[in-house]
Design a protein around this ligand. Structure first.
Ligand code: APR
Length: 185
């Protein structure tokens, strides 16, 4: 699926994020930036060990925390085909009343802002927090769609956002959320 909001193209693409031709990919990391499973593991494997070393260079803002939830830290992509990795930490789902939607929205916002600040013209997101962090798929897809539309509404030059998803359920959820958001535009 592909849709266009003003000068921004939004695509839902099924497949691994490490295969995409974009300027930067978003990694759903953990707060210590220590690597992990899921998409984090796939990105570290494809980037090689220098990515882990670069992550460890970020200072701890609290013991064990190099990137608090909702923030972003940027590294090169090393062996990845994408020049940059934007590491963000999504919320763990505790039922939705612990600030999870705000933290998830912040992940999308800070990554889009960082991409813009660095003059990038494309960025790919995985479905942040929807794996082991347990965020309900549809709700997470709505947050992703909403924050992308807010970004697109004030962006004046071409930009491409890719929602990288694995599995039909995720494709459908993200496409549905984008359609709903389109009707709000
Ligand atoms: N490309 C795109 N999407 C992927 C890939 C990939 N290569 N691998 C997994 N996914 C999808 C999963 O299907 C899921 O929908 O990414 C989504 C998020 O899953 P997780 O990677 O488990 O991420 P999250 O729920 O945010 O949990 C983050 O997992 O591995 C750890 O270090 C990571 O502690 C952090 C936690």
């Amino acid at each position: 699926m592909e849709l266009i909001w003003r000068t921004t193209t939004v695509e839902v693409i099924e497949g691994s994020i490490v295969e995409l031709d974009v300027d930067a990919i978003v990694n759903e990391a953990n707060a210590p930036l220590a690597g992990g499973g899921g998409v984090d593991g796939a990105i570290h494997r494809a980037a090689g060990p220098e990515l882990y070393a670069a992550c460890q260079q970020f200072p701890e803002v609290e013991p064990g925390i190099r990137c608090p939830p909702g923030e972003v830290r940027v590294t090169p992509g090393f062996l990845l085909k994408q020049p940059l990795v934007l590491h963000t930490v999504g919320p763990i789902w505790f039922g939705g009343a612990q600030g999870e939607p705000e933290t998830l929205a912040s992940c999308y916002r800070v990554c889009l802002a960082e991409a813009e600040r660095r003059g990038l013209s494309s960025l790919a997101f995985p479905a942040i927090s929807t794996g082991v962090y347990g965020y309900p798929i549809d709700r997470a897809a709505q947050v992703a769609a909403h924050e992308t539309r807010v970004f697109a509404e004030r962006r004046a030059t071409p930009f491409r956002v890719v929602m990288s998803v694995l599995g039909a359920e995720f494709v459908e959820a993200q496409e549905r959320a984008l359609m709903i958001e389109s009707r709000r535009a």
